[in-house]
Write a protein that binds this ligand. Structure first.
Ligand code: SAM
Length: 211
């Protein structure tokens, strides 16, 4: 279903600078309309963020593509996502062949998405909790992606990065953020690239915004 709509979306993403074929392929194969509430299905293949209930959103497709591409990972990589939300970003990474661990803070969303991913037989290791402290048990990760806006870079996430791996995280105020692409060079050195003008819901937790 909606194959033409997905084709058009992928063409648009490609024109907007998304060149990673594995990202484009995965986004063609993941049916975004299954990750949005029924009332939003008609908008599922527009390049916009959409409400998923509980005051949260599914990210804009361009943002999902841009962040997935920025991780610079190959199939088989172990990726930690903070902010499972609808499960769409996690599903795209899983379709790219990654081993995905994902943490969601809101219990209702966690439960709803766990059920959906299970029904769709998309393998993602989900956890309910505060992602600002990471998921130490399975660290280090080949990449970490944070899909909520943070006031600063949580130290725990930097610590849980493999050497050479990237952490992609929106940092700024509650309305607008700069996407930081942080590469771990060695034990204590990190390289940072920045891309401005993103807008995410807040990352709330011990090393994020306070409620
Ligand atoms: N990746 C999601 C998707 O594909 O639909 C989009 C996520 S939505 C923009 C951000 C999510 O981060 C929300 O579901 C929110 O509850 C969650 N969140 C906020 N703070 C968090 C935290 N400290 N740990 C884990 N999840 C958090």
């Amino acid at each position: 279903m909606y194959e033409n709509e997905r084709k058009q979306l992928i063409a648009k993403l490609s024109q907007s600078g998304i060149k990673d074929i594995s990202v484009l392929k995965a986004m063609f194969n993941v049916e975004r309309h299954l990750f949005v509430p029924e009332a939003m299905i008609q908008h599922a293949y527009k390049d916009v963020a959409l409400p998923i209930g509980f005051g949260q959103t599914i990210s804009q497709p361009f943002t999902v593509a841009f962040m997935s591409q920025a991780l610079k990972i190959k199939a088989g990589a172990k990726v930690l996502e903070i902010g499972t939300g609808s499960g769409y970003q996690a599903a795209v990474l899983a379709k790219m062949g990654m081993k995905v661990y994902s943490i969601e803070r809101q219990f209702d969303i966690y439960q709803m998405t766990l059920k959906l991913l299970d029904e769709l037989q998309i393998r993602v290791f989900c956890k309910w909790g505060d992602g600002t402290i990471g998921w130490d048990e399975f660290a280090p990760y080949d990449a970490i992606i944070v899909t909520a806006g943070s006031p600063s870079v949580p130290a725990a996430l930097q610590k849980q990065l493999q050497m050479g791996a990237k952490l992609v995280i929106p940092v700024g105020d509650k309305n607008s953020q700069t996407l930081k692409i942080i590469t771990r060079i060695d034990e204590s050195n990190f390289d940072v690239e920045e891309s401005p003008d993103f807008s995410f819901v807040p990352l709330i937790g011990r090393e994020g915004w306070k409620e």
